[in-house]
Design a protein around this ligand. Structure first.
Ligand code: SF4
Ligand SMILES: [Zn+2]
Ligand SMILES: [Zn+2]
Length: 338
């Protein structure tokens, strides 16, 4: 061939490729990428979601309710599209989509719109709850008070907006799970997210948190709906390409408060590591899975009686007297009063 840039073709057909997987050496056109993602998600979902054998026993409605946490972004759009396609036809499963509104101007409203567009197109019930409805300040206000909070509380010194938002959002999702009677909560974490979490926890020496990472299939945590993460083996780039190829509605912008969060550094680090040593993300997530298995074998009942405490203020599960969300709201309240 005389010079010219050769466009690589798909491994499985003669269409042009849209994605190359460095970690496997395989190349995909849009159609075959979609097929490959679907296979992985179906397999993972089968492993993570163990549904009771008999459904609608004696005419009684004992369907399994799955709350799919959606944000309007690509990951949860793909998650919902897949769960709807795989489980939608089953009479023993009820699917509900839920979104927490953090109160972030120019970000949450348009992303919520994308989420609504998707749930409408799939005919899925959509429930939402906002931080003020949960008794929290809007995130935009928390961010304004953050310099004062950092001054007033040593523990809050290095905290970024996401440290607060993560705790408040978890509380919001638990609330949505409660009001919808969810048996299971599905989260849209992709392979990159999972690898970042594993690394962050290990870097902090937080083995306990690694052991509590989703999926919670074989070891539910007391007091919360078990989480599943069916996209956990699909890299972010592939989730994005899948959503684009199918034209799923999703909001493309990032949250304005994301820069500066520790997770952003881990995102860059994991991306560099993966570029250097393809397969690193899989390795990190496999390591966490192995640790969880080993721990479950060595200490089978470890998580069962752990969280006997309920928060004195809000009743949610906590290891202390007052939960983290209530403690953080105290800090926000004090900063607002000064
Ligand atoms: S990036 Fe941080 S502040 Fe923004 S929505 Fe996510 S957790 Fe909240
Ligand atoms: Zn192809
Ligand atoms: Zn509380």
């Amino acid at each position: 061939m005389a010079g010219g840039l050769e466009i690589p073709g798909c491994d499985s057909c003669d269409k042009p490729a849209i994605l190359h997987q460095d970690y496997s050496g395989r190349t995909f056109c849009g159609t075959h990428l979609v097929e490959s993602v679907r296979k992985r998600v179906s397999r993972t979902l089968r492993q993570q979601l163990i549904l009771p054998k008999s459904s609608l026993r004696d005419g009684k409605d004992d369907r399994t309710t799955i709350l799919v946490a959606i944000s309007g972004g690509k990951d949860s759009a793909v998650l919902l599209e897949r769960i709807h396609a795989i489980l939608g036809p089953r009479p023993d499963v009820r699917i509900i989509a839920g979104c927490v509104d953090e109160g972030i101007a120019d970000y949450r409203s348009p992303s919520m719109e994308s989420a609504r567009k998707l749930t409408d197109s799939l005919g899925i019930e959509f429930i939402t709850i906002s931080y003020p409805e949960l008794g929290f300040e809007k995130m935009d206000e928390v961010v304004e008070l953050l310099p004062t909070i950092r001054q007033q509380h040593g523990e809050a010194k290095g905290m970024a907006p996401c440290s607060f938002c993560g705790v408040f959002r978890r509380s919001g999702l638990n609330h949505l799970a409660k009001v919808s009677g969810a048996d299971i909560m599905a989260l849209g974490h992709n392979l990159d997210d999972m690898a970042q979490s594993v690394l962050m926890n290990m870097q902090k020496g937080d083995l306990d948190r690694t052991l509590r990472l989703a999926p919670h299939t074989s070891r539910p945590l007391a007091g919360i709906a078990p989480r599943i993460v069916p996209l956990q083996w699909v890299p972010e780039r592939e989730v994005h390409a899948y959503a684009m190829h199918l034209g799923l509605p999703f909001f493309h912008e990032e949250c304005p408060h994301a820069p500066g969060a520790l997770r952003q550094r881990h995102r860059e680090f994991i991306a560099a590591l993966e570029a250097d040593v393809p397969g690193s993300r899989h390795g990190l997530v496999h390591t966490a899975e192995r640790l969880k298995e080993l721990h479950a074998t060595a200490y089978p009942g470890a998580f069962e009686d752990h969280s006997a405490n309920s928060c004195q203020r809000c009743g949610s599960m906590t290891s202390g007297q007052v939960c983290k969300a209530c403690e953080m709201m105290d800090w926000v309240g004090q900063a607002g009063a000064t």
